[in-house]
Write a protein of this length. Sequence first.
Length: 386
Amino acid sequence: MEQGNKRAKILSKVIEDSGKLLSTILIGNNIVNMSASSLMTVMVADLFGSTAVGVGTGIITLLILIFGEITPKTLATIHSEGLSLSYAPIIYGLMKIITPIIFLVSKLANGVMLLLRIDPNAQNNTMTEHELRTIVNVSQENGVIEDEEKQMIYNVFDFGDSVAKDVMIPRIDMTFVNVDSTYEELIETFKVHKHTRFPVYKDNTDNIIGIINVKDLILLSPNTEFSIQNILREPYFTYEYKTTASLMVDMRKASVNLAIVLDEYGATAGLITLENLLEEIVGEIRDEYDEDEEEDLKEIIPGKEYLALGSARLDDISDELNLNLDSEDYDSIGGYIIEQLDKLPVQGQSVTLDNGLRLVVEKTSKNRVELVHIYLPEPAKIEEED
């Protein structure tokens, strides 16, 4: 136990001076590799003559790669803690012994850096998103984290890139309440739609004047003369291209659960709730009042045919089916079809892309694409495109 504690203390000292540790390992590694190569060259030249030196060099290179690079590094990755504790005293001793060499080499290297006008003291400790994703992916493959945890972490990365427009409930799917609605009409609206909050408008749905909460309605005294304006709450507005991460922070600070999303002209584009934002990270959140919703993407024939809602996000479809669907103007698969046809589609119309992917409009409603049948291209065509 005491020996283990001593080794742990030595390991801590080694790790503290990471620069010196790296220099020691690199210098030691090069000394061993160069010595092995030189020794092999001399031995082969003495035994078989100078003509066999090339063969000897190839053999020693292979041996160094297998036994000096790949195998030790693989073992160190698998048994990192145990090997670190075992070899810490040796590394620490080498660090002390070759300190003069490290000092000299460091000064020479810094001199070269200065000649190249590079600051040797400049450090870049930032880790890229790609590197973080790689770490998460490797952790999942090694069983350190579960698939659901990996997906949640990936969602956090994507969350910072998305905007309100990507996750909002579009205007066409919103339920509005007129400022002139009676008490009975409001109660009926709450019963039918089972939401706790609704936007209230005056004259038209682009003029949102407040938010009504079912709790405020229930807490009204029976003898009170009803006026919807007496229980309205101040609406919280945001814009389509507000990043979801900053929007969540702002909504929490303002203690609001619902935000009205406006377009560039100030018209109502949709609404977004804290639940919508959280679902982007943790996945769908359902309560006892949520009805069974139709899936955005349903498999018909595995690897060949799928049914997608017209409102399904283009990015999600692309990721799920490993496709390369992209549009600068539209976010949904229905909008993508409109872009390809350059007109409002009718039921039965189809789009066939260069790679063989076929999109058929299965159902429309009031000029809106409700359902899309996706026929994936043959594997051969996909390979040709790649």
